[in-house]
Design a protein around this ligand. Structure first.
Ligand code: GDP
Ligand code: IMO
Ligand code: MG
Length: 429
């Protein structure tokens, strides 16, 4: 099975976009399968920087790109992102970009509700991207959603709109928000439908045909395993399953389609938004990691929290996603540190743990147990072969492999597409 499923193995922003772009040269199709435009995937190609939130990263190379049914789609954002990328010279048309008919839509009142809830939550806020992701998934599971295929049947939508707006009116009233302007909503949907519909296809069929023809499918995960609705640091998570298993349900391919599961792992740890982060460094070290790694959110511009590599969390992600190999990114950010710490366990009260317990209170109290390892003074930045790496950087990589129980498949040493070391070709497996 020559498919590859890329997932984030931490709290997102591990460098999935760069790796998907790099791999997409050898893929026939690139598919997003969950999340929405809460993602921010950065691709650096020479002088050009592309930031994608909803579109699969394969589109930059012109590879057939599909948005699977597991994605929640804001149609107005879709139009804006297409326009932005076209402005950067990317060729986008219904022949190279497809949207699943069954994607639930993110509507303006989903975005409102996301913001209203965050504003009302004070210290308990999740720190969402405020893009309506959670409310849109709630309506999907609540069987109230308006889906992409409904855009072709707007005249026949009254009962569905009744059900959906009745639900939201009650919520909005609780926030003293003005009612939904139904006429405006229908006018907006009618207007955007004309732009969206040419891209809409039975994506499950496209992918199954590609699979039958022996084509290479590259699945592009968004967010990371610690943000997974089931396996993450609940409730400080996103509202979708981010694990590799979702590649199947979020596109309409069977579970044997995932192929090589490539976990993207940053050589240290970052998190944006609230929630537990045992190895966080709220000190000079965190500051230095943030500055060297340019750790600011792609979507919201928020400063990302930074800390040491947490081998316990990544080992857990490797297990719950069935990761075959990892791509270790941003190794260059660690250049020049005299000593590095790796979290190898937690102390909670008088107990020690070699995994992160499920309860939010335990997670908040988890104190990291560190192992020290010497850093390196030479640079890894821009290295393109194993031989270019300082011996101590190789030791760091080998120790990570041991601790997480998974081999390194790729190493990334700068934002640039080609500053990538291939250890083992995931498509060859
Ligand atoms: P994603 O959400 O997982 O796609 O990651 P983001 O794009 O949000 O964040 C990763 C950031 O790190 C982006 O700005 C990338 O250009 C950058 N990046 C990716 N790989 C490397 C690397 O190996 N070294 C450095 N210094 N930056 C990298
Ligand atoms: P990529 O694909 C990092 C975080 C938000 C917040 C939580 C819930 O670029 O790695 P949501 O808007 O999804 O309801 O927010 O999840 N979050 C991300 N953090 N990278 C992402 O995507 C994220 N997408 C959502 O900051 O803590
Ligand atoms: Mg990102």
């Amino acid at each position: 099975m020559a498919n590859v499923t890329v997932i984030g193995a931490q709290w997102g922003d591990e460098g999935k976009g760069k790796i998907v772009d790099w791999l997409s040269e050898r893929a026939d199709v690139v598919a997003r399968f969950q999340g929405g435009h809460n993602a921010g995937h950065t691709l650096v190609v020479g002088e050009k920087v592309y930031k994608l939130s909803l579109l699969p990263s394969g589109i930059v190379r012109g590879t057939l790109s599909v948005i699977g049914n597991g994605v929640v789609l804001d149609p107005w954002h879709f139009r804006d992102e297409v326009a932005k990328l076209k402005g950067q010279g990317v060729d986008i048309n219904p022949a190279n970009l497809q949207i699943a008919e069954t994607c639930p839509l993110i509507l303006p009142f989903h975005r409102d509700l996301d913001g209203l809830r965050e504003d009302a939550s004070g210290a308990g806020k999740i720190g969402t991207t405020r893009r309506g992701i959670g409310p849109a998934y709630e309506d999907k599971v609540g069987r109230r959603a308006i889906r992409v295929c409904d855009l072709a049947h707007l005249d026949d939508l009254d009962l569905q709109i009744d059900r959906l707006t009745a639900h939201h009116e009650a919520l909005r009233a609780g926030f003293n928000e003005k009612p939904i302007d139904r006429a405006q909503l229908m006018a907006d949907l009618t207007e955007i439908a004309a732009f969206i519909l040419p891209f809409v296809k039975p994506v499950w069929l496209t992918l199954n045909k590609a699979k039958a023809a022996g084509q290479r499918i590259l699945f592009e995960g968004a967010q990371g395993t610690l943000l997974d609705i089931d396996h993450g640091t609940y409730p400080f998570v996103t509202s979708s399953n981010t694990v590799a298993g979702t590649a199947a349900s979020g596109t309409g391919l069977g579970p044997n389609a995932a192929g090589f599961v490539l976990g993207i792992v940053k050589a240290y740890t970052t998190r944006v938004g609230s929630g537990p982060f045992p190895s966080e460094q709220e000190n000079d070290i965190g500051q230095r990691l943030g500055e060297r790694g340019h750790e600011f959110g792609t979507v919201t511009g928020r400063k990302r929290r930074c800390g040491w590599f947490d081998a316990v969390l990544v080992r857990q992600s490797v297990a719950v996603s069935g990761v075959t190999g990892i791509a270790l990114t941003k190794l260059d950010v660690l250049d020049g540190f005299e000593e590095l710490q790796i979290c190898v366990g937690y102390k909670i009260g008088d107990q020690t743990f070699d995994y992160l317990p499920a309860h939010a209170q335990d997670q908040a109290k988890a104190e990291p147990i560190y192992e020290s390892i010497d850093g390196w003074s030479d640079t890894t930045a821009g290295a393109r072969s194993w031989a270019d790496l300082p011996a101590q950087a190789i030791k760091y990589i080998r120790r990570i492999e041991e601790l997480i129980g998974c081999p390194v498949t790729l190493v990334s040493t700068s934002p640039e597409r080609d500053d990538t070391i291939l250890v083992r070709d995931p498509f060859a497996d």
